[in-house]
Design a protein around this ligand. Structure first.
Ligand SMILES: [Zn+2]
Length: 390
């Protein structure tokens, strides 16, 4: 029995690796798969036949001959499954969906002030069904939906333990997640955005995502399969785990103190990163409109230029602290991260000046995914859960 069980496991593991390999490429062939994954050609053939029967892989012609028999062109049937992702913030809901490609196929952001009530969640369910219909996603092919929130979430029990942004503390969410039209999981917004970032680009090694939105938070992704929330990056060809901490509170970078006795943070302490690096620090000067802050600053507003320089100085302290803790890439995300590309050299220089080990800030990157990042990450995790079962 034991031998059988492990045979089945090996078979599933190989099937999974073969499918992921095909899915991560626009087209491939059986000899290529056998070579890349070190699996024998007969095993690859048998797995591909099975995936073809399950309509997850299809043959699309033949490659030009390189001497021997022409190899068949294999592609993944990416529209065989879909997932929906939502991102809830205090005043908006973003909704997106993806297929097995993990790319955002559509995205919409609507104004909808958050209220923790049955009516609000019933409306969320209705909106989801409305978009699924509008976007012509076959409901029977939807594997699940993920909901991202600015909250500390006990992901195992689906409990929001703390959300300053939404004013919600210690509530179990199953009563409403079970009423959603599809299987539903909650995820912290920075964790979700980090998943999107690393799923969609090449980032060597481990990664810390520093989320600079109306509150400051973050996520840490380690290149191993030890975490409870795991996913596979097609760019790195490897599994990543989200580090959630012992109390689901990992990477609350906003409440690290960088100036003892400094400005008061909403948490009550003085000198927290949040008090210096939140997007509100800038957007409060332009009635909450961050884009306008950058436009006016770039147009020559000297007061804004001073505010921005101070912001970057404080950000450099925080980023250098993250580099000291984690010794890995730091991706600047959230609302400010989405606008920081033109200033990336400046922040790299400022951070490098503080670093005692290296004189180079090239470990810092601007995020590539912006408004849709959290909603998409919540959807990608659903797709991941499905691919894992193949
Ligand atoms: Zn604080």
């Amino acid at each position: 029995m034991k031998g059988n069980a492990s045979n089945i496991q090996v078979k599933q593991l190989n099937r999974n690796r073969v499918f992921r390999y095909i899915n991560s490429r626009e087209k491939t062939s059986m000899p290529e798969i056998a070579m890349a994954l070190h699996i024998s050609t007969p095993t690859v053939l048998s797995i591909v036949n099975e995936l073809e029967k399950r309509q997850m892989v299809e043959v699309n012609g033949e490659f030009e001959s390189t001497g021997g028999r022409k190899a068949k062109i294999l592609t993944a049937v990416r529209n065989s499954r879909y997932a929906v992702g939502l991102d809830i913030t205090a005043n908006h809901v973003s909704i997106t969906y993806t297929d097995l490609s993990g790319r955002a196929l559509n995205h919409r952001r609507i104004r909808k002030p958050f209220v923790y009530s049955d009516d609000y969640f019933a409306e969320l369910a209705r909106l989801t069904e409305e978009f699924v219909k509008e976007w012509d996603v076959p409901p029977e092919k939807i594997e699940g939906m993920g909901i991202s929130m600015p909250a500390i979430i006990n992901s195992r029990e689906q409990i929001i333990t703390n959300s300053h942004a939404l004013g919600v503390y210690n509530v179990s969410c199953r009563s409403w997640t079970e009423k959603m039209p599809y299987r539903c999981d909650l995820v912290n917004d920075a964790n979700a955005a980090a998943v999107t970032e690393i799923s969609g680009r090449r980032i060597p090694g481990n990664m810390v995502y520093f989320s600079l939105s109306n509150t400051v938070g973050g996520a840490a992704l380690f290149r191993d399969d030890l975490g409870r929330i795991k996913f596979w990056s097609p760019w790195q060809g490897d599994t990543y785990s989200l580090y959630e901490g012992d109390n689901w509170r990992s990477c609350e970078f906003g409440h690290m103190v960088i100036h003892p006795g400094g400005e008061r943070c909403y948490c009550g302490k003085e000198g927290c990163v949040d008090a210096y690096c939140s997007a509100l620090k800038l957007a409060d000067r332009t009635e909450g409109n961050l884009e306008r802050f950058f436009l006016e600053m770039e147009a020559g507003n000297e007061e804004f230029q001073k505010v921005w320089e101070e912001y970057l100085q404080n950000l450099a302290i925080a980023v250098d602290n993250l580099r000291m803790c984690f010794d890995c890439r730091v991706v600047l995300g959230g609302y400010v991260g989405s606008n920081i590309s033109p200033y990336i050299d400046r922040i790299r220089r400022l951070a490098a000046e503080k670093n005692i080990f290296e004189k180079d800030g090239s470990y810092i990157d601007a995020c590539r995914y912006q408004k849709e990042a959290s909603a998409l990450g919540a959807a990608i995790l659903q797709i991941e859960r499905y691919i894992d079962t193949i």
